[in-house]
Structures are given as C-alpha cells and as structure tokens.
Design a binder for this molecule. Structure first.
Ligand code: GLU
Length: 278
C-alpha cells in the first residue's frame, strides 16, 4: 500500500508550490489506493504560528484535498526524536557543537553547500563542552559506518549519496532538541511513508536523510521531487509572495478545480500571473 504525506511548516501561507506537492502526493494515493497523511512541521516554535496551521487546513479543504488519520504535529513528537538521537550518540556519529551562526559565517574557510555555508568542523573532536550546545552529524564517520548508499527519485533517477554535500548538519538544535533532517526521517518511518513527494529544492536533503535512515535502521522511501512552481518570470515562489498564496487566489475568485488541473498539467504560472505575483 502506498503512503504519502504532506508536511508543511506553519511559518507562512501555502503557495502554489505547496499545492503542487500536496496534490501530487494526494493524487498518487487516491489513484493507487493508499493513505495520505498530513504532518505539521512545527518544531521551530519561534517561527510557527497557530493561524498559519489553521490556514493550511482551510487551504487544503478549499483545494479539495483530504487526508487519512489524525494530523501529526512534530511539536508532540519530541520523545521519538530523543530516542533517535540516543541511537546516533551510541553509534558515535554525532558530536556536540557550541558554534553560533555568526561563528560559522566568520570562519573564512567555510565552504558552501546547497544549503549555505557548510559547517567547518570547529567542534568535531573537541574534548568537552559545557552550557548550551547542538548535536551535529559527523558526516565522515556516519558514511564510514553506512558505506555506499543510494536513493531513488522518480524524476532525478538513482543518485549516490554524497555525505559531504551538506556536511555535518545539525540533527538536534540547542533550543528545541531536534532538527529538520532527523525529525523528517523519524516521522516518515513512523507514519509508514512509502513515497516522499516534495519540491526539488529538497533533493539535496536526501543525501543526509538517506544516511540517517541507514544509521537508524529505518526503511528507505521512494522519492518524487517535482520541479518548483515559478512565477511568470520563471522565479521560484516564496512564502512572502502574497499574490501566489492559495489564500490570495481564493480571494480573487479562482476556481479550485481549474487550479488543480493546471497544477497537475504543469501550467500554474498562469495563476501566478493572473494574481499579479512578482
Ligand atoms: N516542512 C518542510 C517545508 O515546509 C517540508 C519537509 C519535507 O517535505 O520533507 O518546507
């Protein structure tokens, strides 16, 4: 049985790109017979807002997308992330890190990866730390344990995992005790997700997420990273582009059935243009 999920962060309004992810996963399940799960990724309590979660539910209802089972919230899943972190610690593939963003930006040699400056490894091998710290994946040690890995994407094909691509990512933030990559792999496995459907801005995340799955003994999902929805000028949409949000399209009287058809036909730029996105 196919299980897909839509996993938005309630840090802003959903836009056309989110709608495409949700719709693609939903359609896959509704055609093949399976389960479509909704997971609210609200770990970052400083940036998440209840009104955005309410808007997500309203936007999905407007689009005609329903989901199976209860809505999961990552803020209620801390115990599961703690357990996974314990396992990584027992494997010796994480280390505490006291560096701030400013420290990392100031490290002149910090090379850049797809997600910005790659961590230069300042705290790797540090004997003792005190006070507040995050946990980082020791990508090289993790890769040595997991050996050669691949992941399979319906659009991009089969890709060999490159653990150095994102480097030593944070797996548990100092303020919330968990972080995106760890929470996603733990939850995808716990929800029995067989097919991860999302925008191709997250393709690079698979290099870390596949590695974490292998270390934690979690099943490997199939991936489907769709091209990002762009505006009429070919620029990717951002949460700040109010005009391309589903709420704005609804306000201008867009017919959700037409929008769904356009999204699935790869023709949604017309809607971004119609609502005047810039
Ligand atoms: N929560 C992430 C976002 O809203 C998506 C995570 C995922 O699909 O893996 O961008």
């Amino acid at each position: 049985m196919i299980v897909t999920r839509f996993a938005p962060s309630p840090t802003g309004l959903l836009h056309l790109g989110h709608a495409l992810s949700a719709l693609t996963g939903w359609q896959l399940v509704r055609r093949a017979g399976g389960s479509f799960r909704l997971r609210i990724e609200d770990l970052d309590s400083g940036r998440c807002r209840p009104e955005f979660e309410a808007a997500i539910l309203a936007d999905l209802a407007w689009l005609g997308i329903d989901w199976d089972g209860p809505v999961w919230r990552q803020s209620q899943r801390r115990d599961a992330y703690d357990t996974a972190l314990d396992r990584l610690r027992a494997l010796g593939v994480v280390y505490p890190c006291v560096c701030t963003r400013a420290d990392i930006a100031a490290a002149a040699t910090a090379p850049h990866g797809p997600e910005g400056p790659r961590y230069p490894g300042t705290c790797r091998g540090r004997a003792a730390v005190s006070g507040d710290f995050a946990w980082r994946l020791d990508a090289a040690r993790a890769a040595a344990l997991a050996e050669s890995l691949r992941f399979h994407d319906a659009v991009a094909g089969t890709i060999a995992v490159d653990p150095a691509l994102l480097g030593d990512v944070v797996v548990a933030r100092r303020d919330i005790g968990a972080a995106y990559h760890l929470a996603v792999v733990v939850d995808d496995a716990a929800q029995g997700v067989t097919d991860v459907v999302r925008g191709d801005d997250l393709l690079a995340a698979c290099h870390v997420q596949r590695l974490l799955q292998a270390l934690l003994g979690l099943p490997e999902p199939r991936y489907h990273h769709h091209p990002l929805v762009t505006d009429a000028e070919g620029r990717r949409l951002a949460k700040r582009d109010r005009a391309a949000t589903l709420a704005a399209l609804r306000d201008t009287g867009v017919d959700p059935a037409r929008l769904r058809a356009a999204l699935l036909a790869g023709d949604s730029a017309a809607f971004a243009r119609q609502s005047g996105a810039d």
